[in-house]
Design a protein around this ligand. Structure first.
Ligand SMILES: *Cc1c(COP(=O)(O)O)cnc(C)c1O
Length: 276
């Protein structure tokens, strides 16, 4: 197995991918969009390269499904996995798309359910919920996307303008519609989370899967952030339930929170002295 690095925006470089392909390569797997920094990968180009070389292409589209358009034909996708609860379906249900002719082996053995691919009794309410969620998300996708992108960009630019020593993580435009991930120098993401939480704002400093750990996000390290900047990062994700008033609220409160935390930071004190 070969792991590829990403560029400073979090994208896989096609030339790296091409160089890593060897005669034994049977599968390329690249996530469609990153869950922390929101970067959307060049999926169609990767799929095209994979198919030119006769290699299967899998993508983890958990973040992308229902948020950005996906076309398995145009994008040369052979295998695509999604998870229900990321697009409004119940927890405990997911799906994999398998292109006709692609043969996989099961991971769960037992009964003959799901064409012998996944033993165990089907979760009917979950399946129906996932189907409905995908149907609704797909029907509303263009409007949802436009609305969220507009809110997201106002949030991002508002924060970057109001708060010095802040930097957007992830690609500025090839980005999930609702994702805002920003690093603030001289402070800790965890302290921002506490102060935001006290105001009723749910945010994250990394991925939910690592919220119990104090290690910096491996995604932020992979895009080249030094540890201290990776520690001072904040992810705010938007959905259609969010409102313009909530964006205003963040744009009012976050600069105060960052300023308050920086007042307590000896590092920031040094920098402010130097600036004067
Ligand atoms: C959430 C997530 C997963 C895991 O899905 P679960 O069903 O929550 O285990 C996998 N990949 C990405 C990109 C995700 O965002």
């Amino acid at each position: 197995m070969t792991y590829l690095d990403v560029d400073a925006d979090g994208k896989v470089r096609l030339e790296d991918l091409e160089a890593a392909i060897c005669p034994e390569t049977i599968l390329i797997s690249v996530m469609f969009a990153n869950n922390e920094i929101g970067t959307i990968e060049p999926i169609a180009e990767i799929g095209k390269l994979a198919h030119e070389k006769g290699i299967y292409f899998h993508t983890d589209a958990v973040q992308a499904m229902g948020h950005v358009p996906i076309d398995v034909e145009e994008m040369h996708i052979d295998l695509l996995s999604i998870s229900g609860h990321k697009l409004g379906a119940p927890k405990g249900i997911g799906a994999i798309y398998i292109r006709k002719g692609v043969r996989i082996t099961p991971l769960i053995f037992g009964g003959a359910q799901e064409k012998k691919m996944r033993a165990g009794t089907e979760n009917i309410p979950g399946i129906v919920g996932l189907g409905k969620a995908v149907e609704l998300a797909s029907a509303e996708l263009p409007e949802t996307r436009a609305t969220l992108e507009k809110m997201r960009d106002r949030l991002i630019h508002g924060i970057l303008e109001a708060i010095p020593y802040s930097k957007l993580n992830g690609h500025p435009t090839d980005r999930l519609p609702g994702n805002c991930n920003i690093s603030f120098e001289f402070i800790e993401g965890e302290s921002m989370l506490l102060l935001l939480d006290a105001l009723g704002v749910a945010a994250s400093s990394g991925s939910a899967c690592t919220s119990g750990s104090l290690d910096p996000s491996h995604v932020l390290l992979a895009i080249g952030l030094p540890h201290e900047k990776a520690h001072g990062s904040l992810r705010l994700t938007l959905d259609t339930d969010n409102t313009e008033e909530e964006i205003d609220f963040i744009l009012e409160k976050l600069p105060q929170i960052v300023a308050r935390l920086r007042e307590m930071s000896p590092l920031y004190e040094e920098i402010s002295k130097q600036a004067k």
